[in-house]
Design a binder for this molecule. Structure first.
Ligand code: SF4
Ligand code: SF4
Length: 86
């Protein structure tokens, strides 16, 4: 999740391999259904690496272990494959 310490610096959004980060009404937001904490893509959460104000903690309602995150990653990849190339 992104807290209201976010300064809208825009650097995290392009780093997300799952396109889970979008600009919300006030600050950037993470779609928890798309966030795998970068499992499947990278060893560490890329948004957290780049955020200059360290405002991206794990959402307390989405405490997922590596296996759950990997299953989510696989689901997201299967969804992607199902979308015809445009
Ligand atoms: S942890 Fe990774 S997947 Fe989750 S929002 Fe950040 S960059 Fe995207
Ligand atoms: S990197 Fe941090 S401060 Fe910058 S937009 Fe993302 S969450 Fe906000």
């Amino acid at each position: 999740m992104i807290t209201d310490d976010c300064i809208n610096c825009d650097v995290c959004e392009p780093e997300c391999p799952n396109e889970a980060i979008t600009q919300g009404a006030e600050i950037y937001e993470i779609n928890p259904n798309k966030c795998t904490e970068c499992v499947g893509h990278y060893d560490t959460p890329q948004c957290r690496e780049v955020c200059p104000v360290d405002c991206i903690p794990v959402h307390p309602q989405y405490l997922e272990d590596k296996n759950q995150l990997m299953l989510k990653y696989q689901g997201l990849m299967a969804q992607k494959k199902g979308v015809p190339a445009s």
